[in-house]
Design a binder for this molecule. Sequence first.
Ligand code: RM4
Ligand code: MN
Length: 393
Amino acid sequence: MSPTIEGRHRAAMDRLGAQAIELPSWAFGNSGTRFKVFAQKGVPRDPFEKVADAAQVHRFTGVAPSVALHIPWDTVEDYDVLARHAAELGVRIGTINANVFQDDDYMLGSVTNPDPRVRRKATDHLLACVDVMDATGSRDLKLWFSDGTNYPGQDDIAARQDRLATALAEVYRRLAPHQRMLLEYKLFEPAFYTMDVPDWGTAYAHCLELGPQAKVVVDTGHHAPGTNIEFIVALLLRAKKLGGFDFNSRFYADDDLMVGAADPFQLFRIMLEVVQAGGLDAEAGIAFMLDQCHNIEPKIRGQIRSVMNVQEATAKALLVDTQALAAAQTAGDVLGANAIVMDAYNTDTRPLVAEVRSEAGLDPDPVAAYARSGYAERIVAERVGGNQAGWGA
Ligand code: RM4
Ligand code: MN
C-alpha cells in the first residue's frame, strides 16, 4: 500500500531539512553581459565579503552551508584564514572552480591549445587549484573549458581531444583519494564551431577513461533548446557518473538566470529523476550547486529566491507517490502514471517548505526575514571604496 499523503509529507520534510545547496561566490559580485556590467551598491570587494554574503543566504534558508570559489577570482594569500572566516560565519568553502578562460594566452584554447607552452600553463593552473582544495578541505574540483574552435579546419578536432585527455589525466593523478574532478560541458560559447567538451557524452567518455573520481557536471543552461535534461540526468545517475549540478535558468542561451525561474516544470522533472535514483542521499555524492549571475536584481535576495526554488521543486519531487507510480507503470496505465506525477507537480509546496524552516528554528519566510535584518542596507553603508568584485575581477 502507498504511504498516506501525511506520511509522504513527513518523509519529504525530513529530506528537505537535510538538503544542501552550494552557492557560487561569483553570484555576489557584479555581473552583466558583453554589453554592460551594472555596478550595484554594497557588492563585495573581496572573497571574505563574498563569503559573508553567502552566509546570509544560509542564515535565512538553513540549506546553503557551502560556497564555491573561482580561482583566480577568489585568490587569497592564506586559504586557511578564508576557511576559518567561513566557519565563523557558519558556512564552509565548497567546490573549487578553475579558470582557464580569461588570459590572453588562452585565445586558441587552454589545455587543448596547439602550443605546448600554453597547455603547460593551463595544466599548472589546474594543479594549483588542487593545492587550494588541500588548503580549504574542498572535495571537488570543477572544470569548465571554454576551449574550442570557430572555423572548420582551424585545428585538428581529434588532436584537441588527445591534448584534453592528457591534461585531465595529469590533474586526476594529483587528486587525493577523497577528492573528485567534476567535468562540465557546454554546447557553444565562447567557441562557435566546436567546443572541446560540448556535451554530456564527451564529458562522460573522458570521465570513464579517467576513473571513479571523475564525474560529470550538468549545468542546466548548457544545452540546446528542447534538450531533455532529465534524460541525461537519469543516464548519468544510472552510470554513477553524475557529480553534480550547476543550476540556473535559460530562456535562450547560457542566460544564468535564477534556477526555476524560466521553467519550474523542468527543474521538477530533473529533481524527480534525482529523487527516484536515490540522488539525495549523501552517499550518492551529488553536489547541488547554483551557477548564476544576478545582473539586474539584488544578489543576496536572488540567491535566497533560487535556493527556495530548488527546495520547492525538490519537495514536489518528494511528494510523488512512487508506489502508486510504479503500479501504474507496470499496469501500462499511461494516463494514470502521468497523473500521479502531475499531482505532485501541481501541489503548492511552499507551506511544506515553510514548515521545514519553522522546525529548524528559522523564519518561515526567508525573503522577509532577510529584508528585516537590515543587512542589505548595512553593506551599502559599509562597503564604500575599494574595488567591487565583478565577473572576471
Ligand atoms: C561557465 C561555466 C562555469 C562557471 C563560469 C563562470 O559558463 O558555467 O561553471 O564557473 O561560467
Ligand atoms: Mn556552470
